[in-house]
Design a protein around this ligand. Sequence first.
Ligand code: SAH
Length: 273
Amino acid sequence: MNHRLTVVGLGPGQHDWCTPEVTALFDQATDLVGYAPYLARVPAGCTARRHASDNRVEAERAEHALDLAAGGGNVVVVSSGDPGVFAMASAVLEQLDEHPERWCDVHVSVCPGITAAQALASRVGAPLGHDFCVISLSDVLKPWSVIERRLDAAAGADFVIALYNPRSRHRPHQFTDAIAVVCRHRDASTPVVVGRNVGRDEEAVTITDLERLDHTTIDMSTIVIIGSSTTRVLDRPTSCQVYTPRSYAEPRLLPSVAQCREAGASPARYSPL
Ligand code: SAH
């Protein structure tokens, strides 16, 4: 009996972005659990039973997977990208936390994958080369007020920001609202990188800026990286790339938290000097 559950990341798309560690697990699995389109990306040679579920039922999917493992299975739960970034690893651990007496004999572990932000960054150079953060714009699991506050703080602190779940059909205005929050702190010329279906057949990558960003091109298959005040576009005869330097030039230094307090301002509201 295995009683084992592993949450794995398939990477964002192409097969060679899935780690050998994850690929090897498929050979030993008895059951695969996941959102149907992600299960479809597991190689056909994997003979484990496939349990496909809808996208919005993370808690139920986690519970089902844990039950299968408790029954003696060697269960693999698949996520796209990295399983720890807005994905199934938290959902599984949340179930364990909520039911401390249940699934006591199930061993749970996590295998990493390339997350969408890293994949897009690599396509254009190194926009994540200095401090960055990732924010999901989905308000299904957290209120919009929290998202707005985090955007404001991250933009004010001059992080490069990668936006996941940026714009759905049900809340198209929220992406525009999010960009308006960022624009409180960033110049209109700040580089923005948009990637749709990165690593998949229909991949499309665009380098633009906050002013020219076409909001209608953004959807849930898209990830958006907004540069910091130091992010630069490197236009060369052979390529156009984006990078964020690893050093902070003196004139752009942010005031310290102590300086902000002295000036009676919230550090998150300060832009670079
Ligand atoms: N665990 C995933 C993220 C899941 S949240 C990861 O680590 O990548 C889903 C969001 O991820 C999408 O709405 C989109 O913003 C982003 N995403 C995932 N795969 C992508 C891809 N191949 N191209 C562009 N964006 C992607």
